[in-house]
Design a protein around this ligand. Structure first.
Ligand SMILES: [Zn+2]
Length: 272
């Protein structure tokens, strides 16, 4: 990789790299306790809709930054209303909401990623997400946070493999970003994998997205904007085949093929 001279250019395209924030929630607050009580009630009454804003009111709902793990009990909920929330993350237990059909965190501007486990909601066919605020969105150019050393902590000392469910320590897991279609949106998902075998079972992302699980960080070439997309299209038409729209310099297997085209693109952009 020593012969990539324009690495600084890539980094300048990735200035908006956030750090992962853990411990986002005060779990002793009245808002949190009321939310937990509401979840129990919705579970017990086997309700099909979950709308914490309605139950908590705007003031308390605005103090909710993640959802309780007990959402796993919401087995009958088909519609999850999280419109206008301050949510920063959603726990992997969402994957146990087996009846979920509709997911709506619209205008939740702090929700930049979701847990891979949401892909287990096999009935989820509709969603309304503010995709502009998602990591890797080509309009905001907000880069994926660096997952080296597995910085994402859910509640508890262990984490389960997103593929085989094996329980692991945070030292054992391998965290990766992967963009996949969920409902009607393509979302950046955080996967925890226990092995290469499980990593290989992660599905292939849709076209136009990074084509493999990755660690994010500043060396990751961000999705191009519309102008760059055009440039890239030109490069492709010049006869280079099989080129994803973005590339990651630290991933050997991917960069080997993409590097010459990436450099060509960078050169073109540099000259602009
Ligand atoms: Zn596994």
């Amino acid at each position: 990789m020593d012969n990539i001279p324009n690495i600084n250019f890539i980094i300048t395209m990735n200035q908006k790299i956030q750090k992962i924030e853990n411990d986002v929630q005060d779990r002793n607050s009245a808002a949190w306790k009321k939310l937990c009580g509401y979840i129990d009630k919705v579970a017990q009454e086997e309700r099909e809709e979950f709308s914490p804003l309605e139950k908590l009111g705007q003031e308390l709902f605005s103090q909710i930054y993640t959802l309780p793990e007990s959402i796993s009990k919401l087995k009958k909920v088909k519609k999850l209303w999280l419109y206008g929330s301050n949510l920063k993350r959603i726990p992997p237990e969402i994957g146990q909401m087996e009846s979920l059909e509709y997911f709506d965190p619209y205008t939740s501007y702090n929700l930049h990623w979701l847990p891979y486990e949401i892909t287990r909601c096999k009935n989820l066919k509709d969603s309304r997400v503010s995709t502009r605020v998602l990591y890797g969105n080509y309009k905001n150019k907000m880069g994926f946070p660096d997952l080296t050393n597995n910085p994402v902590r859910y509640s508890g000392e262990t984490v389960n493999c997103s593929i085989c469910n094996k329980s692991m320590s945070y030292e054992e897991t391998n965290q990766a970003w992967i963009s996949l279609t969920v409902g009607t949106d393509i979302l950046p998902l955080l996967a925890n994998v226990c092995s290469t075998k499980c990593k290989d079972k992660l599905p292939k992302p849709p076209k136009g997205y990074i084509q493999f699980p990755h660690k994010g960080g500043s060396v990751l070439k961000q999705l191009p904007d519309e102008d760059e997309m055009f440039e890239l299209e030109m490069v492709k038409q010049d006869g280079e085949s099989n080129v994803p729209t973005e590339s990651m310099t630290e991933d050997n297997k991917a960069s080997r093929n993409e590097a010459p085209v990436l450099l060509k693109l960078i050169r073109k952009l540099w000259e602009k």
